[in-house]
Design a protein around this ligand. Sequence first.
Ligand code: ADP
Ligand code: ADP
Length: 228
Amino acid sequence: STMLEVRGLAHRYGAGPDAHVAVEDLAFTVAKDELACIVGPSGCGKSTLLRCIAGLIKPSAGEVSLHGDRVVGVPDDLAVVFQDYSRSLFPWLSVRGNVEFPLRTRVGSRAERRARAQEALGWVGLSDAANKYPWQLSGGMQQRVSIARALATRPALLLMDEPFASVDAQTRADLEDLLLRVRRDHGSTVLLVTHDIDESVYLGDRVLVLSKSPASIVADLKVDLPAD
Ligand code: ADP
Ligand code: ADP
């Protein structure tokens, strides 16, 4: 079934002669449980597209639906992981506090919030780091916390904006495999944007290739690797 549908999406920054068209007439769908990667050159409009889907900016035209409901504002059942982990975690909250934070408006019971946070930290291999603070962790571990925080809400759709672009190569390979494993074990629909073609083919069941700015889809490929 269809989880995400994007129709006629366009976004322009500014107005008049200074306007900059970042995204132009995009249309695609993402099926439930699919891991779709969007790949395109830097500046082509990937972040703009993701922010429109997340409801963080209102597109100039077109619409976005999540399991059939039109997205207006920031949907409760959608989570985003950004590239910049160092600015995405609250420094005054412990790892557990960070992961529990978005649950405060979603899960009534304190014990249930604690249990969900601990479960999500287990998925990313950070069960023992719950009482640490973000500054005590490496960049890769901080990004694991961001991923745990997103997954703890059990989002219908997980959006990831260059999630592994700010960590070293080894950490990045570890995090890529972690994403594939978590998804295989716990199921989730993911839309990930990256400028890295290799990464998109490694991670994606499907790769949508964007043109240079303004972004439009130039290829929609199914990645079908033989089972190993
Ligand atoms: P990508 O994520 O693919 O690198 P972006 O979506 O960040 O691309 O940007 C697409 C285009 O829109 C770029 O030319 C960028 O400079 C421009 N842009 C992005 N954000 C803004 C903004 N807030 N105001 C004006 N132009 C912007
Ligand atoms: P990304 O590729 O991850 O979007 P960028 O470096 O392109 O990162 O953008 C970083 C921030 O700067 C974003 O918030 C974006 O909206 C803003 N930005 C990018 N280009 C412009 C621009 N031409 N004018 C104003 N803001 C911009």
